[in-house]
Design a protein around this ligand. Structure first.
Ligand code: CP
Length: 307
């Protein structure tokens, strides 16, 4: 087993051997805890604090479930009713919680770089639960687990990541993770929602959804991040859906049996139609299950270092 870095801020922090170790531990916990229903005490006496400065259902709740399944205490800090509203800084918030005996922090923040900054202030390990448009490493790891479970391997597979790439921390984290694991990653989206290629790990960029779909083994749709849009990035929602929305007809352009993925929450009728989201190739619900397994693995490996 490879030892993990002290903090997990970006997929750049992990090498291939470490990613493989996380997948092995997550697979073990999925079988034992999720499939067989075991409740464990490996983190008994340990405490995890989650600080979500942005809304979340999947990431926050799955870290909470993961911690509880392993016997840890989980403190969900309610930012809206905390002293952050009185102007308390990120640093003072972290140090205050550290002095209460927190063993690991999970943080989500709207500012790119905030999770790394927070890690520089506090002693316990920090996991980035998503920071602005920068990174969302646990999402990339759960996406990888889903692909490995369904495809066996991702080496040499084509993964098309389509939509609002510019604002997407999921796209950036997946690009790093999947290229390390030997997959071919192609990004597609409208010109206004595509980054300049320099920060996309050398992956191919296209404005043509059809080109990205051709031969794809995985079709990963990205949420149009309405909360981060400047005006005029696309004319109307219906035009966006017509040009870049995933439908059963477009799924048929990918490889036979291609996996349909989305980090969620999904905007039905915008980046993905209901028949595509709920269809037989959709992995969206299974991704959630993988999220609990991956987060159990990370909490265990980062709190009980070397065990
Ligand atoms: N995929 C994801 O991060 O979902 P939440 O915003 O619900 O955590």
């Amino acid at each position: 087993m490879s030892m993990l870095p002290y903090d997990l801020i970006s997929m750049q922090d992990l090498d291939k051997a470490q990613i493989v170790s996380i997948m092995e531990r997550a697979t073990y916990y999925k079988a034992k805890v999720i499939d067989q229903g075991a409740r464990l005490k490996v983190l008994e006496g340990r405490s995890i604090a989650t600080l979500f400065f942005e809304p979340s259902t999947r990431t926050r709740c799955s870290f909470e479930m993961a911690g509880k399944y392993l016997g840890a205490e989980v403190l969900n800090v309610e930012i809206a009713t905390s002293s952050v509203t009185k102007g308390e800084s990120l640093k003072d918030t972290g140090l205050t919680l550290q002095m209460m005996g927190v063993d690991l922090f999970v943080i989500r923040h709207p500012m790119s770089g905030a999770s790394g900054l927070f890690a520089s202030y506090v002693e316990p390990p920090v996991i980035n639960g998503g920071d602005g448009s920068h990174e969302h490493p646990t999402q990339a790891l759960l996406d990888l687990m889903c692909m490995l479970d369904k495809l066996g391997s991702v080496a040499g597979r084509k993964v098309a990541i389509i939509g609002d790439v510019f604002h997407s921390r999921v796209a950036r984290a997946n690009a790093t993770c999947l290229t390390k694991m030997g997959a071919e990653v192609v990004f597609a989206g409208p010109p206004t929602l595509m980054p300049d290629g320099a920060d996309m790990m050398g992956c191919r960029l296209t404005y043509s959804m059809e080109e990205a779909l051709k031969g794809a083994d995985v079709v990963m749709m990205l949420r149009v991040q309405m909360e981060r849009q400047k005006a005029g990035m696309f004319p109307t929602v219906s035009e966006y859906h017509r040009l870049y929305g995933l439908t059963p007809e477009r799924i048929a352009m990918a490889s036979k049996g291609a996996l349909v993925m989305h980090p969620a929450p999904i905007n039905r009728g915008v980046e993905i139609s209901t028949p595509a989201a709920d269809g037989p190739q959709s992995q969206i619900n299974y991704q959630v299950t993988c999220g609990v397994a991956v987060r159990m693995a990370l909490l265990d490996m980062m709190i009980r270092r070397g065990c």
